[in-house]
Design a binder for this molecule. Structure first.
Ligand code: ZN
Length: 613
């Protein structure tokens, strides 16, 4: 679906990238200023995913939403505005249904909630493929939506802040990445429409429950996630009202202030929306230049990592647990709702990108790739009726499945995170190029008037090797910075044109390969992936629970998980066959097959093994 000739190159990645985009402004009321970051993002149009599992997932979601009925997508908005509303009802969370019951089923929970996310996913897909039908669909959806805007939409609406946050994201992305002529203008009345229904400040769930509410679902709104997209709206429009509104919804008192002082206030909080709120902390830091917001985001993210599963996922039953409790270990037998995967992965990619841009710390990239290979890449595809993958299951009797309710939140974040794979793989700093993810892909940019292309060929992490080839109009001097994962072993090596180079290859940093590059130069990277065992955080009593890790990949034991096994047996795992993703572990009885999450279908599996010494 690519249309290479129509692709636009961006001279400066900072202007158009996913994080700090501030390109072509309309009705500039002010000139937004923003803190400069250590690294700068690349633009969607600069990266093309090449054949591989990430490209396949991106293409599938792109095609899925390109084919979705526009009348159905617009139906709840038209119904609420009292306009003719042809087309079929989408059902599930998306549909307008007056007799919603908060005890479930969730039919009619938040009508139209994910419209903005589908729009955003399409706009980002257009930016990287140049697909005209995709852009035209974005424009038609925005035009259709703009005719329905009315405050009536939010009357008796359970989560006005939640849905407005997604709508805002969709409109500013349609403007920025889809060159939509009316989206930014439509955001004005869309904002006016929701204001009467928003609280006076950011409220957490405890505060929501303390207020009068018609039913429980009114207490689940997420006003504390609003600042991120409002700051982006300000950056992209120059309209000061969005900056003022963003400031109003920063949740300082019970969240960012304690986090900035390194107090762990995570336990009991809703997991995904609070990780996502750390992105609001980063935008607050960049826009307001107040250092405590950076501290809040870094501390909060570290605290989440400290309570993450070996897959990189977090928040069993969508809730953060108490540090040093046995809650995570207990979740392995108590729940199948272990990690809210598309939403969690989308937020995780975003916050690790933000923290990487700000700090240049390669370990945020390690965290991103862990979530990529062990969670989202193994998500089952969306079904045409809105049936969605939602939870990854880390129960000892684990199996993949679909969510009961159609068109949930995770149907909205799935196309967004797959559209972000490309911009997550690279960053820049001056003339230098940072390789964050090892994925088959191509990065294009211009330097001193010359066209430059960097092409990655890799089957990582199934194979430890990646090749990076440079195509340059004329020789160029810059550094290619390669992320060396913190777990990488001593045999990790970098070569240029077949000769080992003296780059400082230190796990947990970027290896710097600097030279005057010529057309056709090749970098070969081999990442040593020694096997290791990771224990479950906060383990207190009982048998030790471990995951066998192969580089960034967590290996799941296939079958009923009843095999008795030792640490030594796990660490002696061998590839089942060359180029297979499977590993074999010899046990006292039958050999055990270990498999990465992305290669698992409907078979039963177990993530954490109980080991004897
Ligand atoms: Zn979700």
């Amino acid at each position: 679906m690519g249309n290479l000739t129509r692709r636009r190159f961006m001279q400066n990645g900072l202007l158009a990238g996913g994080a700090l985009g501030m390109g072509d402004r309309v009705c500039t009321a002010a000139t937004p200023t923003i803190r400069r970051t250590k690294l700068s993002p690349v633009a969607y149009e600069q990266v093309r995913l090449l054949e591989g599992p990430m490209r396949e997932q991106f293409d599938r979601n792109h095609a899925f939403f390109l084919a979705l009925s526009e009348d159905s997508l617009l139906k709840p908005f038209r119904q609420k505005a009292g306009l003719p509303a042809p087309g079929e009802d989408m059902g599930g969370w998306y549909t307008f249904y007056a007799d919603f019951n908060p005890k479930g089923p969730f039919h009619g929970y938040i009508p139209g909630h994910s419209f903005g996310q589908y729009l955003s996913g399409l706009a980002r897909a257009y930016a990287q493929t140049g697909s005209k039908p995709t852009q035209q669909k974005v424009h038609r959806l925005v035009e259709g939506f703009s005719k329905t805007i009315t405050p009536k939409f939010y009357v008796d609406y359970h989560l006005p802040a939640y849905t407005f946050d997604k709508t805002c994201c969709g409109l500013i992305d349609a403007h920025q990445f889809g060159q939509d002529p009316v989206a930014m203008r439509a955001l004005g009345p869309a904002t006016d429409a929701v204001i009467p229904f928003l609280p006076e400040r950011a409220l957490n769930r405890k505060e929501m429950y303390a207020r009068p509410h018609k039913d429980e679902a009114y207490c689940w709104d997420e006003s504390y996630t609003l600042p991120e997209n409002l700051f982006l709206a300000y950056q992209r429009s120059g309209e000061v009202r969005y900056r003022q509104m963003a400031k109003k919804y920063i949740e300082d008192e019970s969240w960012f202030t304690p986090l900035s002082e390194d107090q762990n206030v995570l336990p009991g909080e809703h997991a995904y929306s609070h990780l996502n709120s750390l992105c609001s902390a980063m935008q607050s830091y960049w826009n307001l230049d107040e250092e405590r917001y950076l501290r809040a985001a870094r501390n909060g993210f570290r605290m989440i990592q400290e309570q993450s599963f070996a897959t990189g996922g977090w928040g069993p039953n969508e809730t953060f647990v108490k540090p040093d409790s046995s809650a995570l270990a207990e979740s392995l037998t108590k729940t199948h709702s272990s990690f809210e995967t598309p939403c969690g992965a989308y937020g995780h990619f975003k916050i690790t990108r933000y923290l990487l841009l700000e700090t240049g710390d390669s370990r945020y990239g390690d965290s991103m790739e862990r979530v990529l290979y062990n969670t989202i890449l193994g998500a089952k595809p969306l079904q045409p009726d809105g049936t969605s993958f939602y939870y990854s299951d880390y129960n000892d009797k684990g199996q993949k499945g679909y969510f009961d309710d159609k068109w949930p939140c995770c149907s909205g974040t799935f196309p967004q995170v797959t559209a972000d794979y490309g911009i997550s793989a690279y960053m820049r700093s001056g003339p230098d190029v940072y390789v964050i993810l090892y994925v088959p892909s191509e990065l294009r940019w211009r330097e001193s008037g010359a066209a430059c292309t960097l092409t990655q060929t890799t089957e990582y992490p199934t194979s430890p090797e990646s090749t990076i080839e440079l195509k340059l109009d004329q020789p160029q001097t810059f550094a290619v910075k390669l992320r060396i994962p913190a777990w990488a072993g001593p045999k990790t090596r970098v070569a240029v044109n077949g000769r080992a180079v003296d780059a400082a290859v230190k796990p947990g940093t970027f290896a710097r390969v600097q030279r005057t590059w010529k057309n056709g130069d090749r970098i070969e990277l081999e990442i040593d992936m020694p096997q290791r065992l990771e224990t479950i955080p906060y383990q207190q009593a009982g048998g030790e629970r471990v995951v066998l890790m192969q580089g960034p990949v967590a290996l799941f034991a296939i079958g009923d998980g009843s095999a008795t096994i030792t640490r030594a047996q796990l660490l002696a795992a061998e590839h089942a066959s060359k180029n297979s993703a499977d590993w074999k572990v010899a046990t006292a009885t039958a050999p055990l097959t270990m498999r990465p999450f992305a290669a698992i279908g409907d078979e039963h599996y177990r993530l954490y093994q109980t080991v004897r010494a």
